[in-house]
Design a protein around this ligand. Structure first.
Ligand code: DON
Length: 345
């Protein structure tokens, strides 16, 4: 593992504040209005039940780290969380087992290939590469400590529910539809097993992964879940600490590099936020210290990312000043003032 030799340096946060409530409300409404008639992209159908989604659905929610919600459109419509679950299951596993274990067992680098790629595993000597692609997510779910499958499932569901601040329910129709058709995920799990990269039985691992993807959420839930990561692991609505600040930081770092699959680089270049998408049309984008955007619209681009959701996130990143890399110059601070604050020169 590469050492950056900076453990003794105090880390400063780039925390700022969102504009006023009225301004954020207006900008969320403006982003929604601007993209609500956009009809590019197609609804996913490789999981048969997902094809039944109404392509017109579009919900946009921003939840600040003070817990305030700003919403427009279909923010109360429930849909299956799909791949967005990968971010939050990773957060739970990282919190439980620590940074280094997940780094070594699963990896933290982008594959540059689609989310369900078998080739990516083969090209990397059996490494699933990162927890945001299907192979890595199945391997990560398998790492969650539990005595048996039911307990592992309860821990996943309860953990994601704490991020959302309400008890999340399984969408049984989505779970059954995906269970009948997830042959590729089963193949990925067997492949990982052949490389000794799966901590539990492959059938159990894929079943748990399919369940976690079938949890029903809304755009509002996604914004609350994301805002918990933005708030150092504390749910800003319930006040509950869900994970440590270090695990929230590690999750955001992974989302920045891998959350939007092979489009992660372009996403970061244009939008500058850690984010995760799901094939049912959800996106969560997180602005550390400020809050999160939860978007839902089922029309997808070829990488599996919601088109309206991406555009709305780009708009809000600019209009609300969320981009991590967009900073204003600050007045110079003298070395003696830094020393006074306890920062080593
Ligand atoms: O495993 C699958 O294929 C789905 N349960 C999740 C894929 C997904 O959401 C990809 N996202 N864009």
């Amino acid at each position: 593992m590469f050492e950056f030799d900076a453990d003794d340096i105090a880390q400063r946060s780039s925390t700022g504040t969102l504009p006023t409530k009225t301004q954020v409300d207006e900008l969320v409404a403006a982003a929604h209005a601007r993209y609500a008639t956009l009809e590019e992209g197609v609804v996913a159908d490789y999981i048969p039940i997902l094809a039944e989604a109404d392509p017109a659905w579009f919900g946009l929610s921003v939840v600040g780290v003070d817990g305030t919600a700003h919403e427009a459109g279909d923010t109360g419509i429930a849909f299956s969380i799909q791949s967005i679950s990968k971010a939050f299951v990773f957060a739970l596993v990282c919190d439980e087992l620590g940074h280094t274990v997940v780094h070594e067992a699963v990896g933290v680098n982008n594959t540059g290939l689609p989310f369900n790629s078998v080739v990516a595993v083969e090209l990397n000597d059996g490494s699933p590469m990162n927890p945001m692609v299907n192979a890595g997510a199945i391997a990560t779910t398998a790492l969650l400590p539990a005595g048996h499958a039911d307990e592992r499932w309860q821990r996943i569901r309860d953990g994601l529910s704490r991020f959302a601040g309400r008890q999340l329910a399984l969408d049984g129709e989505v779970y059954r539809s995906e269970s009948f058709t997830n042959h590729r995920n089963q193949a990925l799990a067997r492949l990982l097993q052949s490389y000794d990269r799966l901590a539990i039985d492959p059938v159990e691992a894929v079943d748990l992964y399919t369940r976690q993807c079938s949890l029903a959420v809304t755009a509002h839930d996604l914004a609350v879940m994301g805002s918990t990561l933005a708030d150092g692991g504390v749910n800003p609505v319930t006040g509950e600490r869900v994970i440590s600040p270090e695990s929230a930081r590690d999750t955001l770092a992974l989302l920045a590099s891998c959350g939007m699959y092979e489009r992660s680089g372009e996403w970061l270049f244009e939008i500058g936020l850690p984010a995760k998408s799901g094939v049912s049309g959800g996106i969560v984008a997180i602005s550390p210290g400020k809050g999160a955007v939860g978007a839902f619209s089922p029309r997808l681009d070829p990488a599996g990312n919601s088109i309206r959701g991406q555009r709305a996130c780009a708009y809000l990143s600019r209009a609300l000043g969320l981009n991590l890399f967009a900073s204003d110059p600050q007045p110079l601070v003298s070395p003696s003032a830094l020393a006074h604050e306890g920062v080593r020169s």
